[in-house]
Write a protein that binds this ligand. Structure first.
Ligand code: 5GP
Ligand code: MN
Length: 331
């Protein structure tokens, strides 16, 4: 387990903290931020949470007091320089915070990264990365528990529970461990209602989102032996269904529900970028494919942002890279 002594000392020593997370934040990102925020506030510290992207509407319920701010250059540029400590949660490459990259890099504050992704970029003084954790939320849980005076309350428990269910695909992904379940047990004992949290995150989508899913499912294609299965979403699909990027959460997993499929992908057209979500089940490292194109992520879940190619070109490029990986594996 990570040794949190150093972070606890830093927390004790300093007064003002900024917490941030990656673009297109998911429940692991938001839940980890809110849990750490509440803990620091209980200790009487000054804390801000500022993200490059807005909180998706499905996760707003976690931010009861609306403390999360969306980065605004005019409002926050100077402010970010005034914090003693910056926390980077659930990401380990600075480009993952988009417009905040430069202010974060240039700040003189002490920087701490807490994360569970592979191959961290060295952009913080302290790096608490453990890729055996299924979620950053579980790392935050262990951090808080390593403070003997910490008392778990319901908002913190719900935030961490939301982080865990999202990053473990509701306790089914590979890194789900006995310890993940023990942590969940403790959170439920603290009052978390699993059904309520699940429904708030996954069953509050719009009807439009379901129609968008229909478009994505209709677009599914496979390679000849169905080992790779992929779907596509265009800007028009989003516009026609009045949806945003956050509505695509979870779509890519449908690709893995096809028998024999090893790699699932979702290609999403953005204004000047194609975003690729890659997923695998079992023994296939999709982050290795992502790394080839300057993307990253986990062994079984990774992402790439491609500039300068249209959707068809991006699909062809990534498909052929994935196919060569699979061919090599078979040799
Ligand atoms: P998703 O497909 O759900 O957006 O992301 C899956 C995983 O890949 C997440 O752990 C996320 O942090 C990572 N990821 C997604 N997009 C990118 C990207 O453009 N660059 C890097 N380095 N990682 C990404
Ligand atoms: Mn995560």
């Amino acid at each position: 387990m990570l040794d949190f002594t150093k972070i606890l000392q830093i927390i004790q020593k300093y007064n003002s903290f900024l917490i941030t997370t990656h673009l297109n934040p998911d429940a692991d990102a938001i839940g980890s931020e809110l849990a750490l925020h509440d803990y620091l506030r209980i200790l009487g510290k000054k804390v801000s949470v500022i993200n490059a992207d807005a909180t998706p509407y499905t996760l707003e319920f976690l931010d009861r007091d609306r403390i999360i701010e969306t980065y605004d250059n005019k409002k926050h540029r100077e402010k970010i320089n005034s914090f003693d400590v910056l926390f980077a949660l659930d990401f380990n490459q600075l480009k993952r915070i988009g417009v905040m990259e430069n202010v974060f890099r240039q700040s003189n504050a002490l920087k701490i990264c807490i994360d569970h992704h592979e191959e961290p970029e060295n952009f913080t003084e302290y790096l608490f990365v453990d890729i055996s954790y299924a979620s950053t939320g579980e790392i935050i849980f262990d951090l808080l528990k390593s403070d003997n005076s910490f008392q778990l309350d319901l908002p913190i428990a719900e935030a961490i529970y939301a982080a865990i269910i999202t990053d473990t695909g509701s306790f089914r992904f590979e890194r789900t461990s006995p310890k993940t379940h023990l942590t969940a047990a403790e959170l439920i004992s603290a009052g978390v209602n699993p059904k309520t949290i699940y429904e708030k995150i996954y069953d509050q989508g719009s009807l439009n989102r379901l129609k968008l899913l229909a478009s994505a499912l209709k677009s599914i294609n496979c390679n000849s032996d169905q080992s790779i299965c992929y779907m596509r979403i265009t800007l028009d699909d989003l516009r026609q269904n009045n949806c945003g990027e956050a509505d695509l959460e979870g779509f890519v997993n449908y690709c893995l529900s096809v028998k024999g499929t090893k790699i699932g992908m979702l290609f999403q057209e953005l204004e000047d970028t194609v975003k690729v979500s890659l997923r695998s089940s079992g023994n296939f490292p999709v982050n290795k494919i992502a790394n080839q194109f300057n993307g990253g992520g986990h062994f079984n879940a990774a992402g790439i942002r491609i500039k300068g190619r249209n959707l068809d070109e991006a699909i062809e490029m990534i498909l052929s890279a994935a196919q060569s990986y699979l061919n090599k594996e078979e040799e």
